[in-house]
Design a protein around this ligand. Structure first.
Ligand code: FES
Length: 102
């Protein structure tokens, strides 16, 4: 039994010199937003949902990216609405959001 029901990692990697990276698309800001939403929804802690920052996850050209465990489902996202949909549909509802899946 895992400690969290879902553990999601958002790549917040920032590269210098204009190289492609997830934080060029606001990943850090959206990570903060995701954490706030989980807290607001009362889903923090053991048995709940955790969003962690990650360094480069190796899929830079598809970014920004996040991965959800234990299912090992990868998503891309562009805004708060996408994060809300991943939280509502997948992390709460158990339904993979196919339109954002990579
Ligand atoms: S910079 Fe995000 S996956 Fe590499």
């Amino acid at each position: 039994m895992s400690y969290f029901k879902h553990h999601a990692f958002i790549c917040c990697n920032q590269r210098d010199g204009g190289e492609n990276c997830c934080n060029n698309f606001g990943a850090d800001t959206l990570h903060k937003y995701a954490k706030e939403r989980i807290a607001e929804l009362g889903l923090k802690g053991k048995g709940g949902i955790r969003f962690n920052k990650a360094g480069c996850l190796g899929r830079c050209d598809e970014g920004p990216v996040l991965v959800v465990y234990p299912e090992e489902v990868w998503y891309t996202f562009v805004d708060k609405a996408d994060i809300d949909e991943i939280i509502k549909e997948h992390l709460i509802g158990g339904r993979v959001v196919e339109r954002l899946r990579i």
